[in-house]
Design a protein around this ligand. Structure first.
Ligand code: ARG
Length: 459
């Protein structure tokens, strides 16, 4: 055990206690961020003459060597150390002795870990934003390729009105746009540097916190040292944003699973993204989509965990806060994996256009358009609604669609109908006429696609 404390203790820590208390097995993940923070800290310490220029240079050089050695597999981060901060400091002192002992001047592990976690989360936010952008690029390709792919739009899982596949995919594009922007907002709000807050009450050294913040790319230093060491709001915000991303991916997965089912056959997932059954030779299952849907639970779990961990914590730092890491890391890994796999899955799936169109043609998805036909011929909408309702009933009796019903039958219910009703309710026409902003008509979709293209180029 290589601890940073022990002077006031008369006894060794019990092994079980030591293990329970240690965080090295998971906080070793932010070794690089920890070293980056230390480099900024000593740079600042030398600029205010707390350590000499030579000491600063030697510390920075050695810190970089420690990272290189870990990366090259020459130095192992083991459970001999309580946490990553102890690992770095102990190795630094091993290598350069007394000069290494100056690194922690004016710093506590409380503001150090608060900094590391922020640096780590900032980096991850940027990575997740990159993954979302790749997914959105793929969605835009699908939209461009399917402007004329007519499919039924649903409400209550009942066929409602015809839309296009481009339009349906466009709905998810909007969701991921909001997800991207949420991450940007969180980044902006959390982008203040806690280092220099000490254990909780600042320090008596003349630390230049503005300089440290600038060196680490923050907008400035945080303004209350007690809040700085115990604030984990940004993690809760991140987990909340990640939960929403997963909720979107899960809804999308649910649709993929439905569309890929034997009954729908709107799409077929690629063999590379499907799995088989050990007993049923015919099976080709959408396991990836199902796993994405399932993994949503663990990300929600991380959010609930953090909200619960934080709810009873008095100011300032308490060890409970160490519980901010494992679930957060797991949620980040899960979301990144899910976005990447999901992107691969949808970019390789086959779209069954005839099947989608046939499905849109059944289920009276053009009934609203038939009512609109009457309205265009002077009938009040409420009356038109009733007339078409009776027509639908008649179609059900005869076992035909509105397109297949004879003009005579139409005229029996309302004399307003003429031969041109068939064109007015043709599925293509029903979609192509819908050109209000945000509607599925190809004209309005083209406009939206060009706006989204600009959006993507500025992301
Ligand atoms: N491993 C600790 C954490 O993650 C680092 C801070 C420890 N501070 C302390 N006073 N024990 O929160």
């Amino acid at each position: 055990m290589a601890q940073l404390w022990g002077g006031r203790f008369a006894k060794e820590t019990d092994k079980l206690v030591y293990d329970f208390n240690a965080s090295i097995t998971y906080d070793k993940r932010f070794l690089k961020q920890d070293v980056r923070g230390s480099i900024a800290h000593v740079t600042m310490l030398s600029s205010v003459d707390i350590i000499s220029n030579e000491e600063k240079d030697l510390i920075i050089k050695t810190l970089n060597e420690i990272v290189e050695d870990v990366e090259a597999g020459k130095l192992e981060i083991t459970t001999k150390y309580e946490d990553v901060h102890s690992f770095v400091e102990a190795n630094l002192i091993d290598r350069i002795g007394d000069t290494g002992k100056k690194l922690h001047t004016g710093r506590s592990r409380n503001d150090q870990v608060a900094l590391d976690m922020r640096l780590y989360i900032r980096d991850e936010i940027n990575e997740i934003k990159g993954d979302i952008k790749t997914l959105m690029q793929e969605l835009l390709v699908l939209m461009k390729d399917n402007l004329d792919t007519v499919m039924p739009g649903f409400t209550h899982m009942q066929k409602a009105q015809p839309v296009t596949f481009a339009h349906h995919i466009g709905a998810y594009f909007e969701m991921f746009k909001r997800d991207f922007e949420r991450l940007t907002d969180i980044y902006e709000r959390m982008n203040y540097c806690p280092l220099g807050s000490g254990a909780l009450a600042g320090t008596t050294y003349p630390l230049d916190r503005e300089l440290t913040a600038r060196l680490l790319g923050f907008k400035g230093p945080t303004l209350n040292s007690m809040d700085s060491v115990s604030d984990r709001d940004y993690i809760i915000e991140l987990l909340s944003a990640l939960s929403v991303i997963m909720m979107h991916l899960s809804r999308f997965s649910e649709e993929i699973i439905t569309w890929n089912s034997n009954e729908y056959q709107f799409i077929e997932l690629d063999d590379g993204y499907s799995t088989g059954s050990s007993i049923m030779p015919q099976k080709k299952n959408p396991d990836i989509a199902e796993l994405v849907r399932g993994k949503t639970g663990r990300v929600y779990g991380a959010l609930t965990t953090m909200l619960t961990v934080m709810k009873g914590i008095p100011l300032a730092y308490n060890k409970d806060i160490q519980e901010d890491k494992e679930m957060t890391f797991d949620a980040i890994d899960t979301v990144k994996n899910c976005i990447t796999l999901f992107t691969g899955m949808i970019s390789t799936m086959r779209i069954n256009r005839p099947r989608m169109k046939d499905s849109a043609a059944g289920g009276f998805t053009n009934a609203t358009d038939a009512a609109d036909y009457l309205v265009n011929h002077g009938v009040a909408f409420r009356d038109a609604h009733g007339i078409i309702g009776r027509l639908v009933l008649r179609c059900i009796e005869l076992g035909v669609s509105l397109d297949e019903l004879s003009l005579e039958e139409y005229k029996n219910i309302s004399p307003v109908f003429e031969e041109d009703i068939y064109k007015a309710i043709s599925i293509e026409e029903c979609v192509s006429k819908r050109n209000t902003i945000g509607a599925p008509g190809p004209e309005s979709m083209k406009d939206v696609i060009s706006k989204n293209e600009t959006y993507l180029n500025n992301m």
